[in-house]
Ligand binder design. Structure first.
Ligand SMILES: Cc1cc2nc3c(=O)[nH]c(=O)nc-3n(C[C@H](O)[C@H](O)[C@H](O)COP(=O)(O)O)c2cc1C
Length: 227
């Protein structure tokens, strides 16, 4: 299943030379930068449904991400039906409400946060719940290596999600990553009827954008060091 294919040297040399000359020409306005810089987290969507074929295209982009040992530990559950969105949002909202109350957060603030989150989830035409599974990953007797293996599954799943976000942008959709499932994995598994071996990591809301977003990044010097 995990066979490796090698591309002929000629083809990859040609590819490398072409890409290098693109870069040397200094243009940063090509399709790649439009894709990478143009993707934004968008949280409000038009009610128009997202075609199933398009969702499958996004998921195909997701599974072309690199993964540790090429074991592809990601698992996805696509939600497009209103009762499931509603149940997921209601139950996650109730838990969040309880957590924030226990933290002593003001009741009005809690109400507002939960209401916004509910509108985001139920207002998104499609949701992709991303999970990871350790089935197929290496198994170690010691905690140190087992934690590293777990982390590799997390990293691989995050890369798949980034591919999905970029593909969404490429094909005219908007999306946003929500971390809520990480805090209530049991609940997400229960509502979506997922296997026990799936560990929910994120909820990606998807739809056609009903808002525009601008975001900047810090200068490289604030985040990069060279040795
Ligand atoms: C791991 C992760 C968790 C995130 N969780 C949330 C979230 O729970 N709710 C939300 O609105 N945005 C969430 N985001 C989106 C970030 O807020 C967003 O990516 C960041 O502000 C930069 O904006 P941009 O995506 O438009 O460039 C998350 C992003 C990542 C990578």
């Amino acid at each position: 299943m995990h066979k490796q294919r090698t591309v002929s040297a000629d083809l990859s040399d040609d590819h490398r030379a072409r890409r290098r000359s693109d870069w040397a020409a200094g243009g940063d306005d090509g399709w790649f930068w439009q894709l990478v810089r143009g993707r934004r987290s968008v949280r409000r969507y038009l009610p128009d449904p997202v075609e199933r074929g398009l969702l499958e295209t996004l998921l195909t982009a997701a599974v072309w991400a690199p993964s540790a040992h090429n074991r592809q530990p990601w698992r996805f559950c696509v939600v497009t039906t209103d009762p499931v969105k509603q149940a997921l949002s209601d139950r996650m909202g109730a838990r969040w409400h309880a957590d924030l109350s226990a933290d002593g957060v003001d009741a009005a603030v809690i109400e507002r946060r939960v209401r916004i989150s509910h509108a985001r989830i139920t207002g998104a035409p499609a949701l992709v719940a991303a999970s990871l599974s350790l089935e197929g990953m290496d198994d170690y007797p010691d905690r140190r290596r087992q934690e590293a293996e777990w982390l590799m599954a997390v990293q691989s799943t995050a890369l798949a999600c980034q591919n999905l976000l970029l593909a969404a942008h490429q094909y005219g959709l908007a999306a946003c990553w929500m971390c809520a499932p990480l805090f209530v994995p049991d609940l997400v598994r229960d509502v979506l009827d997922l296997p026990e071996s799936w560990h929910p990591q994120a909820l990606i809301t998807l739809g056609y954008a009903a808002e525009e977003k601008e975001r900047e990044r810090l200068p490289l010097a604030e985040r990069v060091t060279w040795r």
